[in-house]
Design a protein. Structure first.
Length: 111
């Protein structure tokens, strides 16, 4: 039951990230990567997260890589929690949603 709540929270968080509508790809050769990173870091900053832009981008990419490899939302959220000092699950799921929307929308968990 808790996992379903986390998935729903992640979907809601991603849905609120409408500013990240550009097509997503974690491929560094992607010509839109710099713009996507800029929009993502703005969304992270606007969300009130205390994390540097470089760390946010790296964490966003690594979260998506993990989600794509394992398909486990719980593992992805623990990854974010372990990489930061954030304790609020709302912050962790909101960041995860932003990362998914920006870098791996096809990995978005299905409800």
């Amino acid at each position: 039951m808790r996992t379903k709540q986390i998935v729903v929270a992640m979907i809601v968080a991603a849905a609120t990230a409408g500013a990240l509508a550009a097509p997503a790809s974690a491929d560094p050769a992607d010509p839109d990567a710099a713009q996507r990173d800029e929009v993502f870091t703005k969304a992270v900053r606007d969300g009130g997260f205390r994390i540097s832009a470089d760390a946010a981008v790296a964490l966003g990419h690594s979260t998506c890589d993990l989600l794509k490899r394992t398909g486990s939302v719980q593992d992805a959220l623990y990854h974010i929690k372990n990489a930061t000092d954030w304790t609020k699950m709302d912050d962790i799921t909101k960041f995860g949603g932003l990362a998914v929307q920006a870098y791996c929308p096809t990995a978005m968990p299905k409800q």
